[in-house]
Design a protein around this ligand. Structure first.
Ligand code: G3H
Ligand code: 13P
Ligand code: ZN
Length: 310
């Protein structure tokens, strides 16, 4: 058991036509819930840390918690930097023990994104660490958006090939209609599967594609938050059927954070409403950890197809 890179995970995922879940972590209970699920499901696992998470919990705490999870569970786990925004944070994570890095240059123009991504790839590869890049702007397909707008926002298939060739990135996050957070679509959820198919067909066989913003925002978890005090309206995520389809089309990594937030927060809300006199954090963080575990197990079994792949 060890902290491992994503290279072999993605090769197997492509072969088996499933995707590996990349779950965002911020504290001990989240890590424990996710890792317990992976162990029970016998699923490969990527734990990912955003810049915000790294600032909130500190690099060293997350690193040591994930190392503890590896020792405690006996699993191989990849520890990934999510949305690295500059060379410095990517270098700090490579030097600080992460086994996979994302450089997100998607807000820059094509040439700047290439230059930044290549700089990170050169450094990370010199230390044996794979890199995820991103091309295209994450945004939902709205009814009033025309084809030209979609073309300007979503990942261009020819550019994707050039980007991969010129940067040497090991996996690519693409924009086909998903977006971050709980409000992904205004109307009917839609993903540009034709674009995904085109991108996959132009890249080398088995090249790993990444979907960000892939939470489903399950209505029962929105309802449970609302039942216990929240006022979440108009939330909508990516339907599970669409995610399942993507896993068979070349998407090897699926990023999930919002669904964990909704599950964890609903559980805490419920506990505090039902037990207003409680003030021992273990009383509400214990059930919250269990809620995360159940959500992750559901994803692995019913959406990613990664259960029983170890
Ligand atoms: O893609 C973003 C993830 O959901 C992480 O969010 O930056 O608030 O930690 P965060
Ligand atoms: P969600 O907000 O859909 O969970 O996406 C998370 C993500 O893409 C993290 O990088
Ligand atoms: Zn993301």
């Amino acid at each position: 058991m060890a902290l491992i890179s994503t290279t072999e995970m993605f090769r197997k995922a492509h072969e088996g036509k499933y995707a590996v879940g990349a779950f965002n972590v911020n504290n001990m209970e989240i890590i424990q819930g996710i890792v317990d699920a992976a162990k029970e499901e016998r699923s490969p696992l990527i734990l990912q840390v955003s810049a915000g998470a790294r600032k909130y919990a500190k690099h060293i705490y997350l690193m040591k918690l994930v190392e503890a999870a590896v020792l405690d569970s006996g699993l191989d786990i990849a520890l990934h930097l999510d949305h690295g925004e500059d060379f410095e944070i990517c270098k700090a994570c490579v030097d600080g023990g992460f086994t996979s890095i994302m450089i997100d240059g998607s807000k820059y123009d094509f040439e700047e994104n290439i230059a930044l991504t290549k700089k990170v790839v050169d450094y990370a590869h010199s230390k044996g660490i794979p890199v995820e890049g991103e091309l295209g702007q994450l945004a939902g397909i709205e009814d009033d958006i025309n084809v030209a707008d979609v073309d300007a926002t979503f990942t261009d298939p020819d550019q994707a090939v050039e980007f991969v060739e010129r940067t040497g990135v090991d996996s690519l996050a693409i924009a086909i209609g998903t977006s971050h957070g709980a409000y992904k679509f205004k109307g009917e959820p839609r993903l540009d599967f034709a674009r995904l198919e085109k991108i996959v067909s132009l890249l080398p066989e088995g090249y790993p594609i990444v979907l960000h913003g892939a939470s489903t925002v399950l209505p029962e978890f929105v309802a449970m938050n609302n039942k216990y005090g929240a006022k979440i309206e108009g939330a909508q995520g990516v339907p599970e059927e669409m995610l399942k389809k993507a896993t068979t089309m070349g998407v090897s990594k699926i990023n999930i954070d919002t669904d964990l937030r909704l599950a964890m927060t609903a559980s805490i809300r419920r506990h505090l409403v039902e037990h207003p006199a409680d003030f021992d954090p273990r009383k509400y963080l214990g059930p919250a950890r269990q809620a995360i575990k159940e959500m992750v197990a559901h994803k692995m079994r019913n959406v990613l197809g990664s259960s029983n792949k170890l």
